[in-house]
Design a protein around this ligand. Structure first.
Ligand SMILES: NC(=O)c1ccc[n+]([C@@H]2O[C@H](COP(=O)([O-])OP(=O)(O)OC[C@H]3O[C@@H](n4cnc5c(N)ncnc54)[C@H](OP(=O)(O)O)[C@@H]3O)[C@@H](O)[C@H]2O)c1
Length: 326
């Protein structure tokens, strides 16, 4: 495994991280024993960077990770997000950016993870109604109290990053990035490079789409969050699957699996782009980690651009477009 400097932090992180969201049943049922075995396997194979959130399984994810970290905490960099819960009223608006929420969330996250201090505490969404300076000011106090080493943002625009970093250094940005979600290319990655921040690519497999996990709406079991996602609605899915067919054929040509090819594309976007695929089984983890051995040529990258040109996906990347890239 190759390791790279993560922004201005003291961390050298593995070229690929591990997203833990699917271990809490977001894309169908998960088995805790297999999830813990997957985390251990990831650590043994050299992954030292994990992503979680207080919201995944309403605390289940943190408690699961706490079990897996026993005796290994020192070697692992933990990036934990605050979550952005929906208001209980009819508006259904997402927030999670008030100083009170962030403070309480970080205190609880540390407790549930069974650790003294997070490595990176990340605000899941910038709330357009709350000045980012206010939110980040509260996060800076959490650093002073020793509850987190660094502060990160998720789905923040270049403008928000620039405002936030005047209050406290922002170590990283996490944003959706994959062959079918290329928004970060419009300025977020450039901002990270300008300010020497780490960049984490979430949903790098298009929520399993590029791994061939959903070839039919019937592949989504009850409780699978993708059944509400715009790109997995029957009409959009059918259009997206037409493009996937060409992608899968190209993967075969490259003697890679589709998941490996999707991850290799992200790895080829720069040494500072860290994909964090979700894996809740050792089988998928072992397959995906081999993407770090694949080198794509300029021609390969051009071919992938041809198969999946920016904007080609049918359907927006989220239902909550007003809460991303804010
Ligand atoms: N900041 C944010 O707002 C945000 C939002 C979403 C996600 N995230 C983070 O990003 C991480 C990854 O995103 P994601 O989970 O949405 O999407 P993803 O990594 O693009 O896709 C995950 C899905 O693909 C499946 N998969 C992975 N490898 C596979 C393989 N080789 N063959 C077949 N299926 C495979 C997984 O199944 P198995 O689990 O069964 O392997 C899972 O259902 C999450 O864990 C979370 O940490 C952050």
């Amino acid at each position: 495994m190759e390791y790279v400097q993560f922004g201005t932090s003291e961390f050298k992180v593995s070229r690929m991280g591990l997203g833990c969201m699917s271990m809490s049943g977001v894309y169908g049922p998960a088995d805790d024993n297999e999830s813990i075995a997957t985390l251990h396997q990831a650590f043994d194979l050299g992954i030292n960077f994990i992503d979680t959130s207080a919201s995944y399984g309403s605390g289940h994810n943190h408690e699961l990770i706490a079990k897996a970290l026993k005796g290994r905490r020192e070697r692992i960099v933990i990036h934990s997000k605050s979550g952005s819960p929906r208001a209980p009223d009819a508006s259904g608006m997402r927030s999670g950016s008030t100083p009170e929420y962030l403070t309480q969330n970080c205190e609880q996250s540390v407790k549930r993870l069974g650790i003294d201090c997070l490595d990176i505490f990340c605000m899941s969404r910038v709330d357009p109604n709350i000045p980012v300076e206010e939110s980040v000011g509260a996060m800076a106090q959490l650093v002073q109290r020793g509850l987190t080493r660094y502060v990160g943002l998720s789905e923040a625009s270049a403008m928000s990053i620039n405002r936030a970093r005047k209050v406290h250094p922002i170590v990283s940005l996490q944003m959706e990035y994959s062959l079918w979600s290329r928004d970060p290319e419009a300025g977020n990655i450039a901002a990270c490079r300008e300010f020497n921040m780490g960049f984490m690519a979430y949903s790098p497999l298009g929520r399993g789409f590029f791994a061939g996990a959903v070839h039919d709406v019937k592949d989504m079991t009850d409780g699978d969050g993708r059944s509400n996602h715009p790109r997995f609605q029957p009409e959009n899915l059918a259009r997206n699957l037409k493009l996937l067919g060409q992608f899968e054929a190209f993967a075969q040509e490259k003697t890679a699996t589709p998941a490996q090819l999707a991850l290799a594309w992200l790895l080829a976007q720069g040494n500072d782009i860290i994909p964090i695929p979700s894996n809740k089984t050792r089988r998928h983890l072992e397959e995906n980690i081999r993407a770090t051995d694949i080198r794509l040529s300029k021609d390969d990258l051009a071919r992938l651009d041809q198969i999946f040109p920016p904007g080609a996906a049918a359907g927006p990347r989220t239902k909550d477009l007003h809460r991303v890239n804010v």
